[in-house]
Every structure is written in structure tokens, then in C-alpha cells.
Design a protein around this ligand. Structure first.
Ligand code: FE2
Length: 513
């Protein structure tokens, strides 16, 4: 995201996938815990199949093992603090595994800036370690700075992405040594830390969740950078599950109030809080994200050339940039191709469209006689269980995302076809709301009633009211531990390098019930 991904503690803002918005924020657990007795690191070291090896062998399975039930983290920690620390250590290891995997490339690829929109990969690599040092070692554990002279270079707010290639960044090997040294100390701090301490960063191990989600968000940013690099062979692919043949289809979300946001989710960022009631009239929403086939109809019918479908800002953007198709698409005669991680391939018709800006999503919706859902509508369609009158953590319930539910965590390097996850349907019948593509909504990024910034203003607060649009649901590149129904990403409406698509909504027609 753009939103959630790039923000650092001092840092910039953006999302796990980067683009915009919410990059790094989490709320402290408030569970009561007793100090752990053994060391998480020793327990992991004693197991010859280390977490990292297991994860490297089967990343999907590792996530399932680790993810247990994040919704009840506090209870789990209170019941067994040693197991909680072991789980935190394994999650940290899984996150680091991704960072290292995406930077196992030649040094030239690491230090080069592939787009002015993105940092050199070696910046992201050292930045995740610097963020971890700042928040876990210094802020939560009281340590002195390890390398105070590098702090400013890795402060995302001090240096916009365009400037970063000019900084005297740590060389790739030095960056790897630095983040490994930080991680050793972080695991020592985890062993020592009393997670029942009421300090908001230490309580329930909140600070570890903060750095863990941050690292996963940068992993998604790294994938966006690798996509922009045009270089083949750098990103592992996979085969997505097949979709089932379905026509265009909308589901009805009945009128009534629902609970938006959360006050109790230990992983939630400040911008997701607090839970609050929102009353909505009934509306229709697409069962699936808009597919490449549907989007191609918009293109072929002259949608990019007709100002009727575009907002005034969108039309200016389209004309100024001479945009005629999603980013990375090219036409060959009558056929559309796309470049995906350095290789050209025919555009697969049943996949959700990705790499479209908010302006394009908005224009398509108007052309289709619809509109983008508001973020409240999106969240209600995603997770409100009308019968039980409660909000679920995910569309399918509170269980952690598994391979039957959603396309998350880079199981494949692409969205899955529409209809691939019937078991991930929400109570109203909407599918693929989590995973595949971030979904643009019609809403501006703004605070919920009762918002309180934590743990730093730069995570969300400075982005409110600044022209950012909200995205929801995560993409195929988003890690399961850093997305949920309440998660809000944000980005500028012109951004297209993020893994974003959309679905449409519409009001009920007169007499429709
Ligand atoms: Fe960051």
C-alpha cells in the first residue's frame, strides 16, 4: 500500500503494500502476562528445524502454523507467556525471511533506484532494521543507539524516496550485518521483556507486532519495486487456484447499523480505532473485484477517451499522463498483454484488474452505472454478520486466513481468478474481499470519531485530510498478519504501482428491496 506501508517512526507513510497509507501502526495488547521463563531463542535454536528453515521450505504452511487466532492474542499470552514469546519470535523470523528473500539479488539491483516512486531495495532492507532498533531496543527496552549516525538516512520522513539514492546508504552486506545484529538484540529483549508491564509499547508485546507488521509492509513495497524494475527472474511465482465460472453479480447488503473499526483488536493501528456505530441504507456491491475482462470492455468501448466517465481531476490526470490502460499493459493488435515481474504474458481475463489508479477505478464505475463503495460500505459487506449482529475479523469468521480463504502472503505473484475462494465469502456473499488486490474505496482517509494517535503522529494523523483515498482488504502480496477487515490503507488517487484494483457498488433503485 502506499498508505500503510511506508511510514516509519519518524517515517513516511505507507502501507504494506504500499502505497500510501497506513504503514506502520499497531495498538498495544493489554493482556496480563507473567515474565517468561525460558528463552524463545533457545527454544527455537534447540529445534533443528528452525522457524526460518521451515518457512523457507513452505511459506504458506508456516503462516498457518503461526497465525493461530490473532483475535484472542491477549488470552493466549496470559495463559502461556512462554508460548506467546515463541510465537512472536517465529513471526519475526518469518517476516525477516521475506525481507531477505526479496533482496537475494545482485548488488546493482539492490542499490539502484528503479523508479522515483520507490526507494532502492537496500534502503528498505536497512530501514526495517533501523525501525526495529528504534522501537524495540530504544523505545521499549531503553538501549542506546547502535549507529546513531545512520538514523537520519533511514527516517522515511526526513528523506523522500526520490532523494534516497543520493544518500550514503549502508552497502548491501553492511545492511545485512546491521539488521542481523539488531535482530539478535531484539530476541534478547524479547526474552527479557515482561509482557505484563503496563508500558504501552511493552504490554502484551505490542512493540513486536509493530515492527513485524512494518517489515511485512516493506516486503510488499519491495515487491512493487521489483515489479517496476522490469527484471525477470527475481520474484518466485506460483499457480493460483482456479476460479469458478461466474457472471457479473452483485450481492445485497441490507440496511441497518453495524460496528465499524475496532477497540479490542490487539493488532489494530490507531486509524482503525475506536469501534463506532455506522448506520447505512441498503446497497448492492459486486460479489467479486472487477476483472480484467470487464475492465477491457471499458477500454474497448472508448472509456479512456470520454470525459463523461471521469472526475475533473481524473480527466486532467488521464490527459496529462496520456493514460490509456492499466499500468504495465500493452496492446498487440487486438490482444492485451501485461508485464509481470519482467515477463510479458497475455492479460488473464478472469483475474481482478490491478495497477489501476483511483481515477481509473472511479471512471470505470461511472461507465458501469455504479460507483465505488464507501469504506464503511466496504467494511460492512466484508465482515458484518447481520444475523449475529457482530463484526467478524475476516469475511469468513475470526479464524486466521488459510489457503482456502484468501490469496495472501505471496502464495502466487498475482491475483487469483474471480471465484477462487468460495470458502472465504462474507456473510452477505461477497468474495475475495481479503487478498488478491487492494480495493480502492470512494472515501477520503480521515480519522474515526474519538481517534487518538499512537505511537507516533506520522503513522496516520498527518495524512488525514490531505487528499488520500482509502484502500481496503490487502493484496496477494500482503502478509496475513498485516491485514484484517478493519485495516485501512491509503494512497494518492494517481498511484498505480501498488497492487490495487476495486469493486463497484450501487444504491437500490426506486422500488427495489
Ligand atoms: Fe517504514
Amino acid at each position: 500500500m502506499s498508505g500503510a506501508q511506508e511510514r516509519s517512526p519518524g517515517g513516511e507513510a505507507r502501507t504494506p503494500a504500499g502505497t500510501g497509507g497506513a504503514e506502520e501502526r499497531i495498538i498495544p495488547d493489554r493482556g496480563r502476562i507473567t515474565p517468561a521463563r525460558g528463552g524463545a531463542r533457545e527454544r527455537i535454536a534447540a529445534d533443528p528445524a528452525t522457524a526460518r528453515e521451515r518457512i523457507a521450505a513452505d511459506p504458506g504452511a508456516a503462516e498457518e502454523r503461526i497465525a493461530a487466532d490473532p483475535g484472542r492474542a491477549e488470552e493466549r499470552i496470559a495463559a502461556d507467556p512462554d508460548a506467546a514469546k515463541e510465537r512472536i519470535a517465529a513471526e519475526l523470523d518469518a517476516g525477516r525471511g521475506r525481507s531477505l528473500r526479496y533482496t537475494e539479488v545482485d548488488d546493482e539491483t539492490l542499490v539502484r533506484q528503479h523508479s522515483p516512486l520507490m526507494s532502492p531495495l537496500v534502503w528498505d532492507l536497512a530501514h526495517v532494521g533501523n525501525y526495529e532498533e528504534l522501537w524495540v531496543l530504544r523505545q521499549a527496552d531503553g538501549a542506546e543507539a547502535l549507529r546513531p549516525e545512520i538514523d537520519a538516512m533511514y527516517d522515511a520522513f526526513a528523506h523522500p524516496r526520490a532523494e534516497r539514492p543520493e544518500l550514503p546508504l549502508l552497502a548491501p552486506d553492511e545492511a545485512r550485518r546491521y539488521i542481523a545484529g539488531v535482530r539478535d538484540r531484539v530476541l534478547d529483549a524479547l526474552d527479557r521483556m515482561d509482557l505484563s508491564d503496563p508500558h504501552p509499547l511493552r504490554a502484551g508485546g505490542y512493540v513486536f507486532g509493530l515492527v513485524l507488521q512494518h517489515e511485512h509492509q516493506h516486503a510488499e513495497t519491495m515487491l512493487a519495486t521489483l515489479q517496476l524494475s522490469r527484471r525477470p527472474g527475481l520474484v518466485p511465482d506460483g499457480v493460483p487456484p482456479s476460479g469458478r465460472a461466474r457472471g457479473h453479480d452483485q450481492v445485497l447488503v441490507p440496511a441497518g447499523p453495524f460496528q465499524a473499526g475496532t477497540s479490542g483488536d490487539p493488532w489494530a493501528y490507531d486509524n482503525e480505532r475506536p469501534a463506532h456505530r455506522v448506520d447505512l441504507p441498503a446497497f448492492w456491491i459486486d460479489r467479486f473485484p472487477v476483472t480484467n475482462a470487464a475492465y477491457t470492455e471499458f477500454i474497448e468501448s472508448g472509456g479512456y477517451g470520454d470525459p463523461r466517465w471521469w472526475s475533473p481531476d481524473g480527466w486532467r490526470w488521464r490527459c496529462g499522463r496520456r493514460v490509456t490502460a492499466p499500468l504495465f499493459w500493452a496492446r498487440d493488435g487486438r490482444r492485451w498483454w501485461r508485464r509481470r515481474f519482467g515477463r510479458m504474458e497475455p492479460v488473464p481475463p478472469r483475474e481482478p484488474v490491478q495497477h489501476v489508479s483511483w481515477y481509473e477505478a472511479d471512471a470505470y464505475a461511472r461507465w458501469a452505472g455504479a460507483r465505488l463503495p464507501t469504506e464503511a460500505e466496504w467494511e460492512k459487506a466484508c465482515a458484518w454478520d447481520t444475523r449475529a449482529q457482530r463484526a467478524l475479523r475476516y469475511p469468513w469468521g475470526d479464524a486466521a486466513p488459510g489457503p482456502r480463504h484468501a490469496n495472501l502472503g505471496h502464495r502466487t505473484a498475482r491475483p487469483a481468478p474471480a471465484g477462487a475462494f468460495p470458502e472465504g465469502a462474507s456473510p452477505c456473499g461477497a468474495e475475495q474481499m481479503i487478498g488478491d488486490v487492494w480495493e480502492w474505496t470512494g472515501s477520503w482517509f480521515a480519522p474515526y470519531p474519538g481517534f487518538r494517535g499512537f505511537p507516533y503522529r506520522e503513522y496516520s494523523e498527518i495524512f488525514f485530510g490531505r487528499g488520500y483515498r482509502v484502500l481496503r482488504g490487502g493484496s496477494w502480496a500482503t502478509h496475513p498478519s498485516s491485514v484484517r477487515a478493519t485495516f485501512r490503507n491509503w494512497d494518492l488517487p494517481a498511484r498505480r504501482q501498488i497492487f490495487a484494483g476495486f469493486r463497484c457498488a450501487r444504491d437500490l433503485a426506486p422500488g427495489e428491496t
